[in-house]
Design a protein around this ligand. Sequence first.
Ligand code: F42
Length: 328
Amino acid sequence: MTFGIEFVPSDPVLKISHYAKLAEQQGFDNVWITDHYNNRDVYTTLAVLAMNTNTIKLGTGVTNPYTRNAAIAASSIGAVNEISGGRAILGLGPGDKATFDAMGIAWEKPLTMTKETIAVLRGYFSGKKVSQDGEMVKVGGAKMAFNTGNVPIYMGAQGPKMLELAGEVADGVLINASHPKDFKVAVTQIAAGAKKAGRDPKEVDVAAYACFSIDKDAKKAANAAQVVVAFIVAGSPDMVLERHGIDVAAKGAIGGAIAKGDFGALMGGMITDDMMDAFSICGTPDDCKARINDLLDIGVTQIVAGSPIGPNKEKAIKLIGKEIIGGN
Ligand code: F42
């Protein structure tokens, strides 16, 4: 098992750099930085992290093929790979329609766009001159003018077709989920894709990109994760809620409370224990370890501690290092 951590650059870059260094000291293997247009730039953040860390791998978690042309993404991550001594990973996912509508960018054919972008990225990373006449990505003989290195490509994916594609073409897959039931389904879909492409499914690093909250006090850990779980429930497909026995009608009510900014209602009982169990790895170190072991049994190979990590980030990073990474 490897252990990753996610940071959202809604925090200042230097603060994230401090946390990333701490995570490296605590034995984490990967740091993943999210990419949203309204936060600090992902590659700038990774460049600072590259200068302030020595061993931890540095990934976009995840960037998208719409705001950054594949050649620009290759140039950016190649530079991060160079300054970090080969520690860069490119995490790529198509993002969501609402975000691109707000930016005035057409969000079309997300699966095709991801697939065709990965194909050209592989070309850039191997130093080849790239030509492709795809449905979404057309390239007419572009080539990197420096050695980017062969940067691993991970996909952000949840849907069946995306997971199958990850099995076919990606080095790893970052799955926004926390429960073995979801991974049981996902691992089967990834394996189907790998089989189609003649690959061993074990070649694909399966990461649980989870809502994670750890504290010695289970109640404090749960309180810190509740709002994140609320957003996950509001954005989950009905099929996923049904898989966990969660009332689909609750989704609308929670979405409504989020839209109104009514966090009192959200924290006052709308988020049930079943929702917390389905959509987070949460509680004391022993609680978290038990869930992690269940995930590893299903075929997860990387645990990523995502937001909120814990009620106190620094304490949580140290607790994971001492009780989970060190304890394994
Ligand atoms: N998104 C961000 O914008 N920023 C982030 O930092 C970020 C982090 C992140 C981390 C982990 C993770 O798992 C996801 C993350 N995301 C982030 C979201 C990510 O970018 C993707 O939006 C998300 O993972 C994709 O969700 P999904 O796997 O459900 O895929 C969607 C697009 C979907 O609908 N998939 C369908 C499926 O079955 O998998 C396939 C749809 C399909 O086949 N479409 C056809 C096509 O060609 O695209 C077109 C069909 C038609 O009718 O035209």
